[in-house]
Design a protein around this ligand. Structure first.
Ligand code: ADP
Ligand code: MG
Length: 309
């Protein structure tokens, strides 16, 4: 069964701006899925339509087989949401916020308190349970939102930019928490503009830009599509390129990056061997080779830049 299924979803905001242009994608139960795209791509609009915060213009959205237009409550009872903006009362205490939320979903009081304790401990907020939430740091507030989204044991957790503005240590502990949660069966969908995050966590991704899905598939197959790779070669410090040598290397379109470093974009199928052969012939020694970007970043740039042209 699909946890989420979106068909030809369109959103035109009042004023006429088309934020989503007939997008379709699905997320399988048990998946860890990223909706990846730059700012303004339409990620939050998509999430907010799924959670009915924003009204769609056209199209269908189903959660666990239930159309949100027809069976909103059934659909919602399976879903926990962590919105992009903090939206709890800063005057309330974390423990109370969780218990209240559980009550809203009909969890009995005793169980709600147990659940609140368990989640606050898991998310390292237990010692803050009785302070006003305004005293929490940004990372703690984000974790409180995650705990709140989990009180009713949702089968699907949706997080809108969960690690935006969160420091690196907290980000890593959040990644661990989410990975563990997914391993124990919860389907997770997150939006992010951090490529590294999507690559690290997610099995499937959709890349969105200007309200359109540009790519949708498994992370591995998307990475496999990368045709070109940019490498930076460092030449042995005793070597420096003479202009005669440069001329002989012209067909490789090298970038002289200074400090004995050259950049080259090569087709993956051809690889670096022809260049190495030529460098060897010219008596030049390569002491290091590094790819410039992480591969997903490269793919992302290729796709988003291709979208502009
Ligand atoms: P993302 O979450 O990917 O950064 P959003 O879904 O928030 O993108 O926004 C997508 C586009 O829709 C942006 O151009 C944004 O300015 C526009 N937009 C978002 N909310 C509204 C609104 N309430 N009214 C008009 N335009 C909006
Ligand atoms: Mg957003």
């Amino acid at each position: 069964m699909q946890a989420l299924s979106i068909n030809n979803l369109t959103k035109v905001y009042p004023g006429g701006f088309k934020a989503l242009d007939s997008i379709s994608f699905a997320v399988k139960q048990g998946d860890f899925f990223a909706l990846l795209g730059p700012n303004g791509a339409g990620k939050s609009t998509t999430i907010n339509i799924i959670t009915t915060l924003v009204k769609k213009t056209q199209g269908e959205v189903s959660l666990f087989g239930h159309d949100i237009d027809k069976a909103l409550n059934v659909a919602k009872s399976h879903v926990g949401v962590v919105p992009q903006e903090f939206n709890f009362s800063i005057f309330e205490k974390p423990f109370d916020i969780l218990v209240q939320q559980a009550g809203y979903y009909g969890v009995p009081a005793r169980e709600a308190k147990q659940r609140a304790e368990q989640l606050l401990k898991q998310l390292e907020l237990w010692d803050k349970r009785d302070v006003q939430s305004k005293a929490l740091s940004g990372g703690m507030k984000r974790r409180l939102m995650i705990a709140r989204a989990m009180v009713h044991h949702p089968k699907l957790l949706i997080l809108d930019e969960p690690t935006a503005g969160v420091d690196i240590e907290i980000r890593h502990s959040m990644w661990e928490f989410l990975t563990e949660l997914n391993r124990s069966g919860t389907t997770i969908i997150l939006t992010t503009h951090y490529l590294e995050e999507a690559q690290k966590l997610c099995r499937n991704i959709a890349i969105i830009n200007h309200g359109k899905i540009l790519k949708n598939g498994s992370m591995n197959s998307l990475l496999g599509e990368l045709e070109n790779e940019y490498y930076i070669l460092t030449l042995n410090s005793t070597c420096s390129l003479s202009s005669a040598q440069c001329e002989q290397l012209q067909s490789f379109n090298l970038d002289d990056l200074g400090d004995n470093r050259i950049g080259v974009c090569v087709n993956k199928r051809e690889g670096l061997n022809p260049l190495f052969a030529k460098l060897t012939e010219l008596g030049l020694i390569v002491s290091a080779v590094n790819p410039r970007n992480n591969p997903l970043e490269q793919l992302f740039l290729d796709i988003v830049q291709g979208d502009k042209s």
